[in-house]
Write a protein that binds this ligand. Structure first.
Ligand code: FES
Length: 175
């Protein structure tokens, strides 16, 4: 978080905060507004930095503790910046039964990253989440925002490896 993001005056000029405001306005005090607003905040910031959580609490007129309560309950929220590429693996019951733990282990070992962590070079984050609501497709993974059902450790590994190789090649080409 930059100093600029912390300054109250500049918050108002930051497009990302404006997006949060628009979501709040659209939801118009609905019961589930907090969850939706946190979703929006994570989408635009990529994670939930502390000043953003404070801002959401203030704008929704709810205690900061409640915002933290919701943000920490759902595994889809993260408090650290994610890597350039991400793979979310569902570890809900249906996906677990169909072997999602093998996918997690394969990615973790192959890319040297802890579940819930990001590689040292910041290129890849491995996130483990609760049920994504597509149990019929178990095991489910989301690679860079794209949902893949009936995933296999080999298939997910190959796809992530390809994405990271292409990204690295592009970076080298730009140097
Ligand atoms: S348990 Fe994985 S989508 Fe429901």
């Amino acid at each position: 978080m930059t100093t600029q993001e912390k300054s109250g005056a500049s918050l108002l000029q930051d497009e990302r905060y404006k997006t949060i405001d628009r979501t709040i306005k659209r939801l118009n005090q609905r019961e589930d507004a907090l969850l939706e607003v946190l979703n929006t905040a994570q989408e635009v910031f990529g994670y939930l930095p502390q000043p953003v959580l404070r801002y959401v609490a203030q704008q929704l007129h709810v205690p900061l503790s409640r915002v933290y309560g919701v943000a920490t309950f759902y595994h889809m929220f993260t408090f650290e910046p994610l890597g350039e590429h991400t793979c979310i693996v569902c570890a809900g019951t249906a996906c677990h039964v169909k072997g999602s733990d093998r996918i997690i282990r394969t990615l973790s070992e192959a890319f040297n990253v802890q579940p819930g962590g990001t590689t040292a070079d910041g290129s890849f984050s491995l996130t483990v989440t609760r049920c994504l609501g597509s149990c019929g497709l178990a095991p489910v993974v989301v690679i860079d925002g794209q949902v893949h059902g009936k995933a296999t450790p080999e298939g997910v590994y190959a796809q992530v490896a390809q994405i990271l190789t292409v990204a690295e090649t592009l970076k080298q080409g730009a140097r």
